[in-house]
Design a protein around this ligand. Structure first.
Ligand code: ZN
Length: 68
């Protein structure tokens, strides 16, 4: 099997998430690509060291690793 496409996709998404986290940490306002509502960073997740980025509509729901 050829995983190169899959790996590329995962890598892109990883960098995107790191970038999102960086911007949110700087207090910048990010908007959901789909519904255009403001994304919020929820640090009160069940997993230690993780934060959830969500939009109001729920189409963006990403768990970010804050520990790195
Ligand atoms: Zn959305």
């Amino acid at each position: 099997m050829d995983f190169s496409n899959l790996n590329k996709k995962t890598s892109d998404s990883f960098h995107k998430q790191r970038n999102m986290l960086k911007q949110l940490a700087q207090g910048k306002t990010l908007k959901c690509e789909k519904c255009n509502t403001v994304l919020t960073l929820d640090l009160a997740t069940s997993e230690v060291g993780k934060g959830a980025v969500k939009c109001k509509q729920g189409c963006t729901d990403i768990i970010l690793d804050l520990g790195a």
